[in-house]
Design a protein around this ligand. Structure first.
Ligand SMILES: [Zn+2]
Length: 242
């Protein structure tokens, strides 16, 4: 009887132990369960931030995409003209007019401009630019967004600045500058209306007649800052609304 009771209590202990072990197993199991959960969250979180940096590089790509997109309306505009390579292509003018370029000299309006494009210059070379008279030191403004492609000191032009437009289709040339504005370096990006330099008379300009010599040319496929098809800036602003 005693032995049987002892056996029973031993069995009960065994069952109890098994139940306890099971319980511990469950408790340990549930206690460890959150770990994979946290791990899952930890894994999810690192995956989430890369999604944002990946979205960021998509912006420059979009910028690159927008370049052909900007060119396509241009080519669409020239679609009526089958030869966009024609130097006298009037679509160049309409394209530039559509950009409402800023007058490059502070305080000078379109009505004050006079056409000096066809004037003969020294050595009989055509002028192919627009002269804008202004007191020395008058701020010179970027006609549109773009970047500084070249800062160049030339004998005729003096201190000069070449700007490419955002699509590198056109170059804007500013010459006879007195000096560059602060922060103007080659490669710097420019905002329309930004002060880039000051009017002067460097180069072959008369010291008593400081002015901005401003030229626009359409770049060739090589995008060379010193070479292109000249366009008359005066015509870009002639019909501009004040
Ligand atoms: Zn000039």
């Amino acid at each position: 009887m005693k032995a049987a009771a002892a056996k029973r209590s031993w069995r009960t202990a065994l069952v109890l132990g098994a139940v306890l072990a099971l319980g511990v197993g469950v408790v340990v199991g549930t206690w460890f369960k959150p770990a994979p959960d946290t791990q899952a969250v930890a894994v999810m979180q690192p995956t989430a931030p890369p999604a944002t940096p990946q979205a960021a590089p998509a912006v420059p790509v979009a910028d690159k995409v927008s370049a052909p997109l900007i060119t396509s309306p241009a080519s669409a505009a020239s679609a009526s003209k089958p030869t966009p390579a024609d130097p006298s292509d009037p679509s160049d003018l309409s394209r530039l007019r559509a950009r409402s370029l800023t007058l490059p000299v502070t305080g000078v309006s379109a009505a004050q401009l006079s056409d000096t494009y066809a004037q003969a210059r020294a050595a009989g070379a055509p002028h192919e630019a627009l002269d804008i008279m202004a007191p020395r030191g008058t701020p010179v403004l970027a006609v549109e967004d773009g970047r500084v492609t070249k800062l160049f000191l030339s004998k005729p032009g003096g201190i000069t600045l070449y700007q490419f437009d955002p699509d590198s289709n056109y170059a804007y040339y500013y010459a006879h500058l007195d000096r560059y504005a602060e922060g103007i370096v080659e490669g710097a990006s420019l905002r329309k209306g930004q002060v880039i330099a000051y009017v002067g008379s460097t180069g072959n300009a008369s010291p008593d007649a400081p002015h901005l010599h401003f030229a626009i040319f359409r770049l060739g496929p090589e995008r060379q800052w010193w070479r292109g098809t000249p366009l008359n800036p005066f015509l870009v602003w002639r019909d501009a609304k004040p």
